[in-house]
Ligand binder design. Sequence first.
Ligand SMILES: [Cu+2]
Length: 151
Amino acid sequence: MHPRTFVLSSVVAVALITLAACSSSSSSAGPASGSSSGSSKITIGSDHANDHGTKDATGQSTFQIEADNDSSGYYFDPTILTGNGGRSITLEIKNAGSVQHNFSITSMNINVTIQPGSTQEVNVTFPQTGIVEYFCSFHHALGMAGELSVA
Ligand SMILES: [Cu+2]
């Protein structure tokens, strides 16, 4: 091997190692910067949901949640609603966004569409254990989902 060729290949090897180190560090920085911008994701069942917080409805007979959209995406606020296991509650779902949204719970046969600026009431029951997922049928794949869980 010519000495100069050897030097060149060493430089390439070092460059490749540096690239690998850069790409692994930048991929770990991605989720961290995402959560600091307030549009972090949580996993609900097998879905990824845009997380806009948790609220507790323990002891309440009605509770308002918002279906909304902004520059960060499509979401429910709160995204996680906790309450008494097995207890029924009336949710007042307000569409605070600029487009049609929907509130669906497959296991309860709930599928309600809400116009922008409107509110729809829906009776739901908290699970005894685990979670029940709710989602917007229009924006489910974009992370517009949430869950009822036991406080
Ligand atoms: Cu929606």
